[in-house]
Design a protein around this ligand. Structure first.
Ligand SMILES: Nc1nc2c(ncn2[C@@H]2O[C@H](COP(=O)(O)OP(=O)(O)OP(=O)(O)O)[C@@H](O)[C@H]2O)c(=O)[nH]1
Ligand SMILES: O=C(O)[C@H](O)COP(=O)(O)O
Length: 206
């Protein structure tokens, strides 16, 4: 019994809409794919003892996931991050896992220490989350996987904590500066570059 890492990833054609003013469609797609590949490479390099499940509506994304020996789940129902994570929660809860750790595919400063801390906190809490700079949820560990109703979107970190309270789940919310940075806007790209993000190595959007 262990934790299954879940990476939701939408079709790259629809990704990074908030960068539409700053990047061309080709650049946005390339950025989304680069961040996604970096995420899988990181997880398979440092956390290969844990299964990683990629959930997506895109066959191209699922094929990429298989290159990294990840498990895959086709998102057949409604599109959106919440339905995708809900599908994954259902899948995980039907198998031999204690719970799941949801990581979006667009974190710029993934690092072993932060993920290890999240996993360690799970021994004392039903849920553990890492708060994003914009109030979102950049990591969410929940045990069992289907014990929360997911509320990704505006201020989701607060909503996920309120949901834990409502359901009587113990939780810990972490402010981890590196995990707080996901790439949504141009300022995030610039901040990631300043921090020498490995995820952006070779990326040139100028
Ligand atoms: N499977 C799946 N993953 C999604 C969906 N929507 C978002 N995600 C993933 O969830 C993570 C955070 O997504 P967002 O920030 O909402 O989307 P984004 O494409 O990164 O950026 P925006 O288009 O600007 O919102 C990324 O890894 C996305 O690929 C969806 O409908 N299905
Ligand atoms: O709730 C969230 O964290 C967001 O909906 C998903 O992450 P984002 O900050 O990349 O949009």
């Amino acid at each position: 019994m262990s934790i299954c890492i879940v990476v939701p990833m939408k079709s790259p054609h629809r990704a990074k809409q908030r960068l539409s003013q700053d990047l061309s469609p080709v650049q946005r797609q390339a950025l989304a794919i680069q961040l996604f590949r970096h995420t899988l490479s990181f997880l398979r390099s440092y956390f290969s003892d844990l299964d990683t499940l990629v959930v997506s509506d895109s066959e191209e994304v699922l094929a990429t996931a298989r290159e990294y020996n990840c498990l895959t789940l086709q998102q057949d129902g409604p599109s959106g991050l919440n339905p995708a994570v809900q599908d994954a929660a259902h899948w995980v809860s039907q198998r031999d896992y204690n719970g799941m750790l949801v990581l979006p595919g667009d974190l710029a400063l993934l690092n072993v220490a932060d993920i290890t801390q999240l996993l360690n906190e799970a021994s004392a809490h039903d849920a553990v989350l890492a708060i994003a700079d914009d109030g979102g949820t950049n990591a969410l560990l929940v045990q069992p996987a289907d014990s929360l109703c997911f509320s990704y979107g505006h201020n989701s970190a607060l909503k996920h904590q309120q949901e834990c309270v409502r359901r009587g789940l113990s939780f810990k919310a972490l402010n981890l500066p590196r995990l707080a940075l996901d790439i949504d806007q141009l300022k995030d790209l610039q901040q990631a570059e300043e921090a020498s993000s490995e995820a952006l190595q070779g990326w040139n959007y100028a």
